[in-house]
Design a protein around this ligand. Structure first.
Ligand SMILES: [Cu+2]
Length: 505
């Protein structure tokens, strides 16, 4: 290690400690010893004024209103841990552990200098002990040491909100990463005196990575997979606890000309986020949820257990897509949200044409969730009909198969053969068809008298039942009549046929 590096490391550590104690900023570089902690702002040490206030908490994606008090107060926060089964994707259930019944947990908003009296309640129906570590707390464990709470119990501790900023809170009960992986995190905003600059809309979005035994979109109740967690190989990366949390009629909304603020956090437990809104530029980013802003930012990096505040003005109507720009997470693990902006067009800023279908594939259609979930429920009940499979398959076809074979299934010369009234589908045995879609198809094929010699990549990254429903849709509509493909059929072909190297299992 070079001498320079040792000096920098030493400084960094000392700076961190000084910061935590007094809220001052450590000077960067220069080789000087760290400055002594700056005195905290006057009202941080003055006693709370007036009657205690009960904090208004909100579920995501909502944020409590700005604080108008000009003096610190005693603020009472009551948060109940609830272990509950919710859906993480259409037809996929997961047992989440939550602060307040949602993932992320309730948004907490206080003012710098407030004395927060925190009550952590562990619902009597829960099975696990829990506690809370708030990054806004200055003190050992961030509150964790004083908040260990068994089911049916309540813990109480108090802290002074010394530093302004947007802070993550999370459970810190062993095994800690498992509690976090089950959704135990949220954000607490400590507003500076006078508050943040006014905006028109404020939203609350937190990214998290999830680990299930089944593959992405494998239906039913999915248990937590500890090994995938250790390997940092998530099945889902989502905003606000599920794939559908911010799409369709649950999208965030704004009107043209409005200033929008997103309080964005990353619960982790493993992944950081390359947070980006497709089609927008952040006017201001409060990097890492701190006090300084960076202007005109496209993508901002948010660490696990960290946050950011982004402000931007929406000028053009349409749908803006929130993503983790590490794009497999967006397209194959669920990290997609939507902000729908309504209002008059501005052809000067943007000429037109929707981005939905380009970027969102099957998430763009609003009916996807319902039809797929319906088919899943019927499959579990043993009452799945051909019509239900077709309906679910049609929703999934849009944005998957349609990209090449076209939305009407008529193909695109010279590369993509038609699926509509296909002589190939009619003449080919069912198992061979399934294998072609699952494992990919290359080499010469003749469809409706035309020769094709293209490449269909393996679709094996899709879940068995989704593939079954898409094939059932194609094979029984558009002028084809081949019969249904079951989830078991796809599973059997998956187990008994080889996939080319590099294909998803
Ligand atoms: Cu916990």
């Amino acid at each position: 290690m070079s001498k320079m590096l040792r000096v920098v490391l030493g400084l960094g550590l000392a700076g961190t400690l000084a910061c935590k104690g007094g809220g001052g900023n450590a000077a960067a570089g220069g080789g000087n010893p760290p400055p002594s902690a700056a005195p905290p702002p006057a009202d941080v040490t003055s006693a709370p004024v007036g009657d205690p206030v009960v904090a208004q908490l909100t579920p995501p994606p909502f944020v409590p209103p700005p604080i108008t008090r000009d003096k610190p107060a005693k603020v009472i926060v009551k948060l109940e841990v609830q272990e509950k089964e919710l859906s993480i994707s259409e037809g996929v259930r997961y047992t989440f552990w939550t602060f307040g019944g949602t993932v992320p947990g309730s948004f907490i908003r206080v003012r710098q200098g407030d004395e927060v009296e925190f009550h952590l309640q562990n619902h009597p129906g829960n099975k696990m002990p829990h506690n809370i570590d708030l990054h806004a707390v200055t003190g050992p464990g961030g509150g964790a040491a004083s908040s260990f709470t068994a089911p049916g119990h309540e813990s109480q501790f108090s802290f002074r909100a010394l530093n302004p900023g947007l802070y993550v809170y999370h459970c810190a009960t062993a095994p800690v990463p498992m509690h976090v992986a089950n959704g135990m995190y949220g954000l607490i905003l400590v507003e500076p005196p006078g508050g943040l600059p006014k905006v028109d809309k404020e939203y609350y979005v937190v990214q998290g990575d999830f680990y299930t035994v089944g593959k992405y979109r494998e239906k039913g109740l999915q248990p937590f997979d500890m090994q995938k967690g250790i390997d940092e190989s998530p099945t889902y990366v989502v905003f606000n606890g599920s794939e559908g949390a911010l799409v369709g009629d649950k999208a965030l909304t704004a009107k043209v000309g409005e200033r929008v603020r997103i309080y964005f956090g990353v619960g982790g437990p493993n992944l950081s986020s390359s947070f980006h809104v497709i089609g927008e530029i952040f006017d201001h980013v409060y990097q890492e949820g701190g006090s300084n802003t960076q202007d005109n930012v496209q993508t901002t990096m948010v660490p696990a257990g960290g946050s950011t505040i982004v402000d931007f003005t929406v000028n053009v109507p349409g749908t803006y897509i929130l993503v983790d720009h590490a794009l497999f997470r967006a397209f194959n693990k669920g990290a997609v949200g939507m902000l729908k902006v309504e209002g008059p067009e501005d052809k000067i800023v943007y000429s037109g044409k929707e981005v939905d279908s380009v970027y969102l594939s099957d998430k763009a259609g609003s009916g996807v969730g319902t039809t797929v979930a319906e088919a899943t429920a019927s499959a579990e009940a043993g009452t799945l009909t051909l019509d239900q499979q077709i309906a679910a398959g049609q929703a999934l076809f849009a944005g998957t198969c349609s990209t090449c074979h076209q939305p009407d299934g008529k193909g695109l010369l010279p590369t993509f053969p038609p699926l509509a009234a296909s002589t190939y589908i009619a003449a080919t045995p069912m198992d061979t068809l399934i294998s072609g879609v699952l494992n990919g198809l290359t080499g010469p094929v003749q469809v409706n008298g035309v020769d094709y010699n293209g490449v269909m990549p393996p679709m094996s990254y899709l879940a068995d039942d989704d593939l079954a429903n898409m094939m059932t849709y194609v094979f029984n509509t558009m002028g084809n009549k081949k019969g249904a493909v079951s989830k078991a059929d796809v599973a059997r072909i998956r187990a008994t046929t080889p996939r080319p190297p590099g294909a998803a299992h």
